[in-house]
Design a protein around this ligand. Sequence first.
Ligand code: F6P
Length: 548
Amino acid sequence: MALKSTNPTTTESWKELQIHFNTLKSIHLKELFSSNANRAMELTVKWEDFYVDFSKNRITKETLDILLKLANEVDLKDAISQYFSGEIINETENRAVSHTALRAAETKEVFVGGVNVIPGVKEVKEKIKNFTNSVVSGEHKGYSGKSITDIVNIGIGGSDLGPAMVVDSLQYYKNHLNVHFVSNIDGDHHKEVIKNLDPETTLFVIVSKTFTTQETLSNANSIRTWFLESQPKKAVSKHFVAVSTNVDSVKAFGIEEENIFPMKDWVGGRFSLWSAVGLSISLALGYDNFKSLLDGAHKMDEHFRTENFNSNIPVIAALLTIWYNNFFDSESEAVIPYTQYLSQFATYLQQGIMESNGKSVDRAGNTISYETGTLIWGEPGTNSQHAFFQLIHQGTKLIPADFIGFIESLHGNSEHHDKLMSNYFAQTEALMNGKTKDEVLAELDAQSLTQDQINRLLPFKIFEGNKPTTSILIQKLTPESLGKLIAMYEHKIFVQGIIWNIFSYDQFGVELGKQLAKSILNELNSDVQSSKHDASTQDLVDFYMKNR
Ligand code: F6P
């Protein structure tokens, strides 16, 4: 089986959406609320510890109905079933997309390419668990007999962003181990991380699905050289472990087989934190918390797989992106978590969303004539309110935003939390309602201003409002709720890709730059020009070489 290929713009529902858009585009959200007393309730999905309010979006029940019709016309149901049953839906790389199997119940069978993968998944989890327990308890000693105090995850992209985001987001649940991340090829990155580390008490986790990535291998080599400056070669086995599909290359690097945590090619890099790529998460938080993260994601998988589309959180979230991206011409979406703990969340989502859906050829191989992948960005509230919110409130661009908040804080200081959450509620209300001319006039009248001053200030103080937001209110930030939240966005990405008729799980676009960098590196190292550059690039390279 393969994913079907339907140009979404040729469907009945797309045409209906176009007509519907023309009637809805100038209607203010305030009118939608005043004309339907049940709107908030009708457009809110309550599931487990999630309260997801879609009602401050520029939709009506009719919009949702047509969007759901679109999902049916492109046969989303069939696509979901292929996704969860290990079909080769990553057709251009000839792979299944089965990261959901990593968090499935161990009592179940999940087939990928006709093989039940659960026993293999279980075996790797056991290995992660045992290793985590021995490092955390201090039983695993470094070469000189000291317990491990620091972990350094060496990886990039999906082999860095997921673990780094989760460890940071769940730092409240952390144990005594200090966990660091080295990703950038920029030598400053690894140098700054290792400068305060004791090689005798540090464990390095090299994470690379392919074990061919320049950044990761260079960083791993430089760090190993630094390590060997003070430690004997025999010490490497106590201080270096690796996560990869490429066992031979890991062994060639000098890591013994027992120190390799395998992963499978049916796990995409940007969806791999649930696999052995999450080893640093398990080490930082303990295996039980890592397991809770996986369990949360599994609950969201089940919700996504079985829930009717009209109350299915990832499906509705994805359809809203289509609505804004393809009808309102919105180019970006903001994700604003109202917790400092999720400060890396938008950065993490950038790879997931933009590497997956930044495509311009459809599943039949045709150049696409409609907009696909959205730009994702965001920072925690309230900091972001004092940074870029002005543009969301009064700029010319329509930027739908997800507001992620938590009912219970982890710090327990209700004064701070109520202040934070009052901002969370206030911003979505302000974005929706704006401020009318009459409201501004009343405000200005109350100040002792001349009529001229009032007239002059008036237009600048009016907020149009009508800015769409989705409020995702979760009981508490826990490993389980974070697992649910991440999986929610993973499935949103999937649904978007199905509707846009693209392959979401390859990333050929990042290859060209890598190839060119390799040949330019040869030129920098040999002074021999191996490829012909445009005049601009050539001048830059020459200037660099002359002045380095
Ligand atoms: O940037 C491209 C990419 O292939 C990502 O998709 C991936 O997460 C990252 O590089 C790292 O790859 P690897 O885990 O193979 O080192």
